[in-house]
Design a protein around this ligand. Structure first.
Ligand code: DOR
Ligand code: ZN
Length: 437
């Protein structure tokens, strides 16, 4: 079975390709990119007319909470992967802070088998660093890796003990397994619910100081440097963190880092409404931090943009700010927020922005994704980067619509998403462009 996606602007950050052309897929793999109209479709080929649209590798999101097992009222593997597809995301790495946590072989296998049966995008389960995410004893990393795990994290909770974190890096390092440590020093962050700045003080919200996050990042960078092991820092939100990661990279420390679209789109000014959808961990800091994050993305200090998609039900958000669960349902807004905040503003080219959502996260996870190279899996997003749209939280495919971006006017509309050559999402208005010859 062959598919032609024609008349597109084809962008493949992995090879630096950005030109008008046609993308050919065959039997679930990328066949080739040809100049527009170079070859005509044959009988039985499927043809997608992508005139005016960008065709790129499907997005790879290395930080997603799918909530299954245990919190299926927030999200399931079925609903979360459909939300991913709607957002142009074709591969997700899902965090293990489920109930039970993903810290053993049986749970990994359960997630993988559900993903195979009910998921519409590729799912890479991240397993726990420590048993039960308790920070006491390392999980069986070798066994977890043999089951297909690419990374370990106790996300939501830091590995508090420096000694245990050092061992985790060493064990994982021997296996070439990625360690992602939630960077938070609880004695400093305490019961803080917002960035400790002018806004939190004015509104009477307890604060999270930047040092509460940065002390843990500093510690982990020291441990990664000393052990020579690979470390990934999730949801980087502050200027100081960007500076330390930049310096560590310059010294050759094997560190990679991600930030999230909400830190690019919001500052702590947004706390003024007390909208609990703004409550996220780490909290949204100030404009000076946002500028540093953008500079970090521009110079490669920050490798990836990942959503930290954290669905929560209305029950957990409709309450006073300090009691609401932290997190933002992000899969269906990430591409638009990146296009609006980075690309439309001229801060980053479309190719470079997409690199941080495709080839870079795939390289961090060491998965063969995020490229349109011939022979690669035919995971593709087709989107209009210029389309203006108003975000409608109530229309989210995700089971949860906890977003601070409802009613925001943004750029970018996903027209279709393909996984292994199969259409897993299409915008109803785009349906007529998909046909058989
Ligand atoms: O805002 C957050 N929500 N940050 C985390 O680290 C965990 C996540 C969740 O699981 O809801
Ligand atoms: Zn997370």
């Amino acid at each position: 079975m062959r598919t032609l996606i024609k008349n597109a602007r084809v962008i493949d950050p992995a090879s630096g390709h950005d030109a008008p052309g046609d993308l050919w897929l065959e039997d679930g793999k990328v066949l080739e990119i040809t100049p527009a109209g170079a070859r005509a479709a044959q009988k039985n080929d499927a043809v997608i007319d992508a005139a005016g649209a960008v065709v790129a590798p499907g997005l790879v999101d290395l930080h997603v909470h799918l909530r299954e097992p245990g919190e299926e009222y927030k999200e399931t593997i079925a609903s979360g992967t459909r939300a991913a597809a709607a957002g142009g995301v074709t591969s997700v790495a899902c965090m293990p802070n489920t109930h039970p946590p993903i810290d053993n072989l049986a749970t990994v296998e359960m997630v993988l088998s559900k993903a195979k049966q009910q998921g519409v995008v590729n799912v890479y389960p991240i397993a726990c660093i420590t048993k039960g995410r308790k920070g006491e004893e390392l999980a069986e990393m070798g066994e977890l890796q043999a089951a297909g795990v690419k990374a370990v994290s106790d996300d939501g909770e830091p590995v508090a003990s420096p000694m245990l974190m050092r061992s985790a890096l060493q064990y994982a390092g021997m296996l070439d397994l990625l360690v992602i440590n939630h960077a938070e020093e609880k004695s400093l962050t305490g019961n803080g619910v917002a960035h400790a700045g002018f806004m939190a003080a004015k509104l009477g919200l307890s604060g999270v100081p930047r040092s509460g996050l940065e002390i843990m990042i500093a510690r982990d960078l020291l441990l990664a440097e000393e052990t020579g092991c690979r470390l990934h820092i999730p949801h980087v939100s502050t200027a100081g963190a960007v500076r330390m990661i930049r310096e560590a990279k310059a010294r050759g420390v094997k560190v990679t880092a991600e930030t999230a679209p909400h830190y690019l789109a919001l500052t702590d000014e947004c706390l003024a409404t007390y909208d609990t959808n703004v409550r996220v961990n780490p909290p949204v800091p100030e404009a000076s931090d946002q500028a540093a994050l953008i500079a970090g993305l521009q110079d490669g200090t920050l490798d990836a943009i990942a959503t930290d998609h954290a669905p929560h039900s209305r029950r957990e958000k409709e309450m006073e700010f300090a009691l609401a669960a932290p997190g933002i349902s992000g899969l269906e807004t990430s591409l638009s927020l990146v296009l609006t905040t980075l690309v439309a503003t001229g801060k980053m080219s479309l190719l470079e922005a997409l690199r941080r959502m495709t080839a870079n996260p795939a390289a961090i996870l060491k998965i063969p994704k995020g490229t349109l190279a011939p022979g690669a899996d035919a995971d593709v997003v087709i989107f209009n980067p210029e389309a203006e749209r108003v975000i409608q939280a109530k229309e989210f495919v995700s089971q949860s619509n906890n977003t601070p971006f409802d009613q925001w006017q943004v750029k970018g509309r996903v027209l279709a998403t393909l996984v292994a050559g199969q259409v897993v999402f299409f915008d109803p208005a785009f349906e007529g462009k998909i046909r058989k010859v």
